[in-house]
Design a binder for this molecule. Structure first.
Ligand SMILES: CC(C)(COP(=O)(O)OP(=O)(O)OC[C@H]1O[C@@H](n2cnc3c(N)ncnc32)[C@H](O)[C@@H]1OP(=O)(O)O)[C@@H](O)C(=O)NCCC(=O)NCCS
Length: 270
């Protein structure tokens, strides 16, 4: 667990027919992407023709299946928040691909973001604002220093160099997921120069942005939470302060989505 605010717990929770999203709260769901075949088939039936076409473009079955499950469960969760059938929902896409709810749900103020890595996805939801979520499997990174030099800012490369060898991979992914979460919140993806901002990365250090285009105050306007949804995976959620409801700090709650689990998970810490 990272210093600062505690990382949320991830109790198993089934999908109720309706979900509530209190103001000032970010809700995150960890979604296992390799469920039984009949469940994949049921989720596939909720996709629109453009999503089916996208699924068909994946070269490998495993990637097609994981896309279908991620998108299908995203629809189930959005449907439960909005009280509409999952298959009825439509998305609009921004210039760099960030999906938003299309009309008439756009006006609901419900914002979401999805990320996936290997057999796990994270979906984050908030009422208003624009959040970004990223998750990564902690794979071996023999070329970690080279990738850091290419994608990280000079301050981040220097901080990474100071991390002991046995914690470098964790520090690398702390940095990567925090940068991605910010980039996904603003929706620009890799169009933003990756050295235009710097985040913390040392294991145990609270997640935050240190500078944004040379401006520490602007950087401090961003809220981050470190996420550990499962062993060997870590991630981050990012949102710009203040929360729409004006509350000081967002509250982050998280569950692991399991269709067969009890609907009323105890409220997790966060
Ligand atoms: C597209 C991008 C936003 C994220 O890509 P990614 O890390 O491969 O993928 P993730 O699993 O985290 O997120 C994908 C999901 O985010 C959403 N998304 C797509 N484009 C997005 C954008 N521009 N902004 C926010 N969210 C976006 C979609 O829901 C997508 O899911 P889908 O593919 O099932 O439709 C972009 O940042 C990118 O291409 N990154 C590549 C990685 C990289 O070099 N990062 C450097 C970090 S130091």
């Amino acid at each position: 667990m990272t210093a600062g605010d505690p990382a949320p717990a991830w109790p198993r929770r089934g999908l109720p027919t309706a979900l509530d999203l209190p103001a000032g709260e970010i809700q995150i769901w960890a979604i296992p992407l390799d469920p039984p075949a009949e469940r994949v088939a049921a989720l596939a039936r909720t996709l629109t023709p453009d999503e089916e076409a996208r699924a068909a473009r994946f070269r490998f079955d495993v990637h097609r299946r994981r896309y279908v499950v991620g998108r299908g469960v995203l629809r189930e969760l959005l449907g439960a928040y909005l009280r509409v059938p999952p298959a009825a929902l439509r998305f609009d896409y921004r210039k760099r691909g960030k999906p938003d709810l299309a009309a008439p749900w756009r006006g609901s103020g419900l914002a979401f973001n999805l990320s996936n890595s290997e057999d796990l996805a994270l979906a984050g939801f908030v009422a208003g604002g624009d959040l970004g979520v990223d998750v990564e499997f902690l794979k071996e990174m023999p070329d970690l220093a080279e990738i850091a030099t290419r994608f990280f800012s000079a301050a981040e490369v220097a901080a990474l160099a100071g991390v002991p060898a046995e914690r470098k991979k964790e520090a690398f992914f702390n940095c990567w997921t925090r940068k991605e979460a910010y980039l996904k919140a603003v929706g620009v993806g890799l169009a933003a120069p990756l050295d235009s901002f710097a985040v913390t990365l040392a294991p145990g250090e609270a997640p935050r942005m240190l500078t944004l285009q040379g401006d520490r105050e602007r950087a401090a306007g961003w809220f981050f939470r470190h996420l550990e949804p499962r062993p060997q995976y870590l991630g981050a959620v990012a949102i710009e302060r203040p929360m729409p409801a004006g509350s000081a700090e967002p509250r982050v709650v998280a569950w692991t989505y399991e269709p067969g689990a009890s609907l009323d998970a105890s409220t997790p810490a966060g």
